[in-house]
Design a protein around this ligand. Sequence first.
Ligand SMILES: [Zn+2]
Length: 295
Amino acid sequence: MTMTLGRVAIALVALAPSIAPAHAAQPGAMVIRKASFGHVEVAATAVETALREGRAAQAAARDVLLLPHVRFGITARSHGKARWVSIASNGSPIYSWAFENTAPGGRPVPPSHALRHEIGHDLFIRHLVPSSREGQYGGDAPDWLDEMAAIAFEGTDVTAMRRREAARLARSGSLIPMDRFLTMVHPELTESPASAVASDGPAYRIRLAASSDTPRFYAMTRAFYDYLVARTGSPAVVAKLADAFRRGERLDAWVLARSGQRNGSASLGALDADLRSWIQSDARYAVATGSPNGG
Ligand SMILES: [Zn+2]
């Protein structure tokens, strides 16, 4: 008798997920949808957004990280309890996201900005260059390469914003010099974390620009990525840099060898000059409407 009741209870529990979509109109009800990258489990109002962001991250994983078969889930984060990443029984990461996210001050954080970016960080560390030490921004790779992986996942709006910023910095001669950029600690890691973490929790790593260097660091990373894609002919330059790092190669030498600095006098100073002139020549960095003061 007890055994029979037990089976009924298990059967009901097992049915629950497949019942959920029928209650999609109810506020707070979760909808489960299969997707080419895995699945989403979010409120009905967030399904299209979650599917779109997941597909974009899947495409970036294939093109930028050379991970064509990566699988993951996207779920709604419930009341600040869930971790950002959990691992499903099949070993795939499940990303827990607050789709009604706001930064401190109530400013909304569009998923196209932050969710893809954070998935890029996670996949890079999970599959290409993991972290073996505490207290670093990302994995064992230099912070600029960790950040480049994530920035290469971003959507068109935020990409256009970063390019405008890079073009402005290039015009005013205030891009971060390459010798500093390639060795610097991520500016957000050097600042007090308490003021930098968004109100909805550190697990999300959505931060305010606590350091004045942060916008420059992101803009420089975007420009350097676009430049390397142009010089190597491949968006997968991030995966190739990760390969070189794992082989123990010097990444500055790797970059110099592929940036048209052919002779022995190749230097980071020459690379700076080449990056600046490339930015000036690339149509995506030609800002039609500069700031009134010329930036
Ligand atoms: Zn990042």
